[in-house]
Write a protein that binds this ligand. Structure first.
Ligand code: TXA
Ligand code: MG
Length: 347
């Protein structure tokens, strides 16, 4: 099939593009669209056949449930049985990069939730995502718009490369602002549990809910089997063809080690202001300066770039498994298949 690619430009031509995209969604077809986190691959969340097309296009295991996207936090009531804690979270963090798992209503087919009796709900803040949902007048089921196993797409070109010829339409809204997927949480009696860390951090959630725990599989990929509630945790993720070598070391030790072991055809990923320490080496950018937000924004694009350039190995410093670095830590440890070179003394 031919994939139509439209660049959104905030002019009247966008009206026709959204009308066309909404018509495709209503007809059960797939449309990729930008969000503030990563690009999503959208289909009607009320249509089991449309959901099946998502799994086919992505090559995704059918037991891995999809997130249902809504244009206004109050629309959650149409798809889920909404506890009070959701409303408190919505008042603070929605629209935005937070996904909440709740008991699902019957209008959401089993094919969307991988047979679970819960549904993950998210209200994105990206204006194009909200406008698409509003125009289609549907809740939109949307996983990240990559082929299963590869890094999530943060530009329309990433989507085209993975899914061109497999989906009907891509809306190009430029690069995603955040670059890592939303925080996914499960509400518990006393607070919540983070199943996937994102830009809404443990601390931010604790401010609203009190008790917040982090699922063990977030920092220990080997523990994923413990979490049958979140099937996504057990699958291989974000793995580029290059071997990602994660190094746990203080900055001077990291530089010394990488300079000693790096070979031609291999690359190191560091912030731009550290690039000069690696003259003669291939360097990929983790953002302009050392910051969690910049590195998060850069990571998935960088993993794809490493493959395009054909590097066999990519050296990256392991961030701390805390605060605003936790999401980055979680994606990196999966990209590295759980292996870490530890040069710091262990406690
Ligand atoms: O930022 C995001 O969340 C992006 C954009 C497009 O919104 N979407 C995204 O979707 O990352 P996806 O399908 O790539 O990741 C959804 C994750 C998976 O790990 C899945 O297992 C988990 O959420 N999930 C979805 N529904 C669930 C449910 N009912 N119970 C437990 N986990 C669920
Ligand atoms: Mg995904």
């Amino acid at each position: 099939m031919e994939t139509e690619l439209y660049t959104l430009d905030d002019t009247e031509t966008d009206d026709a593009v959204f009308a066309r995209a909404a018509a495709l969604l209503r007809a059960g077809e797939l449309v990729a669209f930008p969000t503030e986190t990563v690009y999503g691959l959208g289909a009607s969340a009320l249509d089991a056949d449309a959901a099946r097309r998502i799994y086919e296009a992505k090559g995704r295991p059918s037991d891995n449930p999809l997130i249902v996207h809504i244009a206004d936090p109050a629309e959650a009531d149409a798809v889920a049985y909404v506890p009070y804690a959701y409303r408190r979270l919505a008042a603070r963090f929605m629209p935005g990069p937070l996904t909440v798992i709740m008991p699902k209503r019957a209008c959401i087919p089993d094919g969307v939730t991988g047979g679970l009796d819960t549904v993950a709900v998210r209200c994105p803040s990206h204006p194009a995502a909200r406008r698409l949902i509003e125009t289609a007048e549907l809740p939109i089921a949307a996983p990240s718009a990559n082929r299963s196993g590869s890094p999530s797409p943060t530009t329309a070109q990433h989507v085209l490369r993975d899914l061109g010829g497999r989906i009907r339409m891509i809306l190009d809204g430029g690069p995603c602002e955040i670059g890592l997927e939303s925080t996914v949480i499960r509400l518990t009696e006393s607070g919540c549990e983070i199943l996937r860390p994102g830009a809404v951090t443990e601390r931010m959630l604790a401010d609203v809910l009190g008790e917040v725990t982090v699922a063990r599989a977030v920092t220990d990929p080997g523990a994923a089997g413990e979490h049958p509630q979140s099937p996504g945790m057990k699958y291989k993720h974000y793995a580029p063809a290059a071997q990602v070598v994660l190094i746990d070391a203080v900055p001077t030790l990291f530089t010394e080690y990488v300079r000693a072991v790096i070979r031609p055809g291999e690359a190191v990923a560091v912030p731009d202001d550290e690039a000069a320490l690696y003259d003669g080496c291939s360097v990929l950018s983790l953002g302009q300066t050392h910051s969690a937000a910049e590195a998060s924004h850069a990571l998935f694009s960088l993993l794809r770039e490493a493959d395009i350039r054909g590097y066999s190995r990519l050296y990256i410093a392991l961030p701390p498994p805390t605060g605003e670095y936790l999401a980055l830590y979680n994606r990196l440890i999966r990209a590295a298949g759980g292996r870490v070179v530890r040069l710091n003394p262990q406690p």
